[in-house]
Each structure stands twice: as C-alpha cells, then as structure tokens.
Write a protein that binds this ligand. Structure first.
Ligand SMILES: *[C@@H]1O[C@H](CO)[C@@H](O)[C@H](O)[C@H]1NC(C)=O
Ligand SMILES: *[C@@H]1O[C@H](CO)[C@@H](O)[C@H](O)[C@H]1NC(C)=O
Ligand SMILES: *[C@@H]1O[C@H](CO)[C@@H](O)[C@H](O)[C@H]1NC(C)=O
Ligand SMILES: *[C@@H]1O[C@H](CO)[C@@H](O)[C@H](O)[C@H]1NC(C)=O
Ligand SMILES: *[C@@H]1O[C@H](CO)[C@@H](O)[C@H](O)[C@H]1NC(C)=O
Ligand SMILES: *[C@@H]1O[C@H](CO)[C@@H](O)[C@H](O)[C@H]1NC(C)=O
Ligand SMILES: *[C@@H]1O[C@H](CO)[C@@H](O)[C@H](O)[C@H]1NC(C)=O
Ligand SMILES: *[C@@H]1O[C@H](CO)[C@@H](O)[C@H](O)[C@H]1NC(C)=O
Length: 325
C-alpha cells in the first residue's frame, strides 16, 4: 500500500468517526425537542402540532435556532404562544443551548434541574407562567448566566437558602455574569441575602410582590456596583433604609414602596446622581424629607405617599408607574 493510500484510508476513517459522533449529538437535540413537544398539552395555534414536523429539519422548526456549522440547537424561543404543559428532563440534553425563552405561556410543574447541565446558557426567561416549587440549586453553577427571569410564577423559596446561600461564595460568585435577576410576583420568603449585592455584574434586581421579610443589610452596596434598578416593593421588609444603599451610584430606579420600613430618609440619598425614579410610599417613614433630594437633577418620578414624612409635599404628584420587568 502506498503512503497516499494509507493517508486516504486514514482520512476516510476520521470522517467516518466524525460523522458517527455527529449523528448521535444531533439525534439528542431532535429527540429532546420531540420529548418537549409530547409534553405540550395545549397548543391553541397548532404551532408545534403543525410546524414541528418530521418533514423538515428541526433547525427549521418555529422558535428553534441552530448553530450554522454543527446544526445544534442554540436558542429556543416559544414566548407568547398560550402553550400549556411542563418541561421534560430531556431539555437538559440540548447541550449547545444559549437562550431559552418560554415567557408568557401556561407552563406548570417544577423548573427542570437538568437545565443546570447546560453550561453555555446565558438567558433563561420563564416569566409569566405557572411554575411552582423551588429554583433548582444547580442553576447557581450556570456561570455564564446573564438573565434569569422567573417573574410572575408561583415559585417558592426561602431566599436565604438553597439557590443563594452557599451557592455564591462572597465576592467570587459562580453567577458572576448575572445581569438581570427578575423574580417578582412569586412566593419567595425569608430575608434577602446580602450576597445578592456582591454579584458585581447585576444591573437589575426585581423581587417585587413576594413575602420577603427582615431588614436590609447595613453594608449593602459596599462593593462596586452596576445596579441600575432595585425593586423590592410590596414585601414585608422592615427596619431602617441603610444609608449605604445610596452608595449604589448607578441606580436609576429605586422602589421600596409598600413595605414596613421605619426611620427617616438619610440625606445621602442626594448622592444618587443618576436616579430617575424613587418610590418609598406605603411605609412608616418619619422625619423630614432631606433637602438633598432637590439636588437630584435626573429625578422624574418620586413617590413618598402614605408615610409620616414632612418637609416638601407628603404625597406623590406622579401617576402610577411601570417599573422595568
Ligand atoms: C415553520 O415555521 C418556520 C418559521 O416561522 C417557517 O419558516 C416554516 O415554513 C414553517 N414550516 C411549516 C412546515 O409550517
Ligand atoms: C402574552 O401572550 C398573549 C397571547 O399571545 C398576548 O396577547 C399578550 O400580549 C402577551 N403579553 C405580553 C406581556 O407580551
Ligand atoms: C436525554 O436525557 C434523558 C433524561 O435526562 C436521558 O435519560 C437520555 O438518555 C438522554 N437522551 C439522549 C439521546 O441523550
Ligand atoms: C423573550 O420573550 C419576551 C416576550 O416576547 C421578550 O420580551 C424577550 O426579549 C425575550 N427574551 C429573550 C432572551 O429572547
Ligand atoms: C405580574 O403580576 C402582577 C401582579 O399580579 C401584575 O400587576 C403584572 O402586570 C404582571 N406582569 C406581567 C408582565 O404580566
Ligand atoms: C462553581 O462552579 C464550579 C464549576 O462549574 C463548580 O465545580 C462548583 O461546585 C461551583 N460552586 C458552587 C459553590 O456552586
Ligand atoms: C455621599 O457623597 C459624599 C461626597 O461625595 C461622600 O463623602 C459620602 O461618603 C457619600 N455617602 C454615601 C452613602 O454614598
Ligand atoms: C408606625 O410607627 C409608629 C411608631 O413607630 C407606630 O406606632 C405605628 O403603629 C406605625 N404605623 C404603621 C401603619 O405601621
């Protein structure tokens, strides 16, 4: 056998190997999607029933995005389709998945802990569904995660346990890329763990409309922070509003309304030079509204109603407000 032939045979062998390795991987993606489809119990627009058909490659299915080269699923976007069902464990086989968006449907059941295997995940949007149970602690290992949107579900968690406590070591949290943490309108209870404020990439924290209690840590915002939106409204938080909070210098929106905060508003609030919206209504705040608030040149909306404050006006001249996410 000539050298050429040996090389040729070798190349053939390698090709066969690559093909035989590639087929099962693609197969895993396709069977994961088919398992997903069989767990959909209501599909009023017949999206999956008609579109997700064996006649076309799964990469052409509605809501599915694949990588160009290897035809692996990188994104699954089935938002706003009125789908009902639960998520099967096979979703954890979509090992190239970067983004999953099932927001605004009627998915129920527990969040699949198998998602924690998907180390490439950057975006999870399960907002506005009927998920219940806890956030799988394995999600804290998704070190590339940027957006975790779980708002408007029925998830339960002692916030200071499971997902956060221990999962995020001080300063070097595994969720060090997390930018958006939107968990409003669930049934989270317990105290807010200070580690949240150590996640230095976080830009938005929304925990509005939960059952959170306890007080805010006096040393919150001691670390450099990119936090732009902090929404802790409609919980059961108490104690003073720590003046350290005003060290989160990038804040644009701050809502602590409808809690049980007491004490006064520290004059350091005047340090929030980028703040556009402040909502502190519906607490039990006392004392004078600090004059320093007048320095807040970016401020567009201020809600201080239903407290025992005096100074400027003891009511909000501003209309009801939409808060991001
Ligand atoms: C499925 O949906 C995709 C994306 O909207 C569309 O391009 C394709 O033609 C549809 N295929 C079938 C069989 O309906
Ligand atoms: C949710 O989905 C429904 C049905 O598709 C749609 O009418 C509604 O606008 C969506 N809501 C949001 C907030 O996108
Ligand atoms: C997909 O995941 C399921 C459950 O997690 C597992 O049992 C199964 O072996 C996997 N299938 C493939 C084709 O990888
Ligand atoms: C998910 O869907 C929602 C609703 O359509 C949309 O606002 C959001 O941008 C999507 N997010 C991602 C990461 O695709
Ligand atoms: C989430 O639930 C709250 C309270 O029920 C509601 O006001 C809000 O509009 C919901 N958000 C979305 C995006 O549906
Ligand atoms: C952080 O991530 C690494 C690697 O993914 C993992 O081995 C480790 O257990 C994680 N640490 C925690 C506290 O979750
Ligand atoms: C507020 O700003 C002043 C002057 O820059 C600074 O001395 C003080 O430490 C700041 N306080 C807070 C709580 O950010
Ligand atoms: C507000 O605080 C005062 C004294 O600290 C207390 O007497 C009062 O009951 C509180 N009001 C509410 C609505 O919690």
């Amino acid at each position: 056998m000539s050298m050429c032939r040996v090389v040729f045979a070798f190349v053939l062998l390698i090709r066969c190997l690559i093909i035989s390795l590639a087929i099962p991987s693609n197969f895993a993606d396709e069977s994961a999607l088919l398992a997903f489809k069989t767990h959909i119990t209501f599909d009023p627009h017949d999206i999956l029933a008609k579109n997700w058909s064996a006649a076309t490659s799964f990469c052409n299915w509605f809501g599915v995005t694949c990588s160009a080269h290897h035809q692996r699923v990188t994104a699954l976007n089935l938002a706003n389709l009125e789908l009902e069902g639960n998520i099967p464990p096979q979703v954890g086989n979509l090992s190239f998945l970067i983004s999953i968006n099932l927001s605004n449907n009627s998915f129920h059941g527990h969040l699949p802990h198998e998602l924690a295997h998907l180390r490439r995940l950057k975006n999870i949007n399960f907002g506005c569904n009927n998920f219940n149970g806890e956030i799988p602690s394995g999600y804290s290992m998704l070190s590339k995660l940027q957006d975790l949107l779980l708002n408007n579900n029925s998830l339960m968690l002692m916030i200071e346990s499971n997902f956060f406590e221990g999962s995020i070591p001080e300063e070097t949290g595994n969720l060090s890329n997390l930018q958006i943490l939107s968990m409003g309108y669930n049934e989270f209870s317990g105290a807010i763990t200070p580690v949240i404020f150590n996640l230095f990439s976080l830009q938005l924290i929304n925990l509005q409309g939960n059952l959170l209690s306890g007080s805010l840590q006096v040393d919150m915002c001691s670390h450099p922070s990119k936090l732009e939106v902090l929404n802790l409204g409609s919980n059961r938080l108490q104690g003073h509003i720590p003046s350290n909070l005003y060290k989160c210098k990038e804040l644009r929106v701050l809502s602590l309304e409808r809690n049980k905060f007491t004490g006064n508003i520290a004059k350091e609030v005047g340090n929030l030079s980028k703040i556009m919206e402040i909502f502190l209504g519906g607490n039990n705040l006392t004392g004078e509204i600090p004059l320093e608030m007048a320095q807040l040149v970016s401020l567009e909306r201020l809600g201080l109603e239903a407290n025992s404050l005096h100074g400027i006006h003891n009511a909000s001249p501003f209309p009801p407000h939409p808060i991001p996410l």
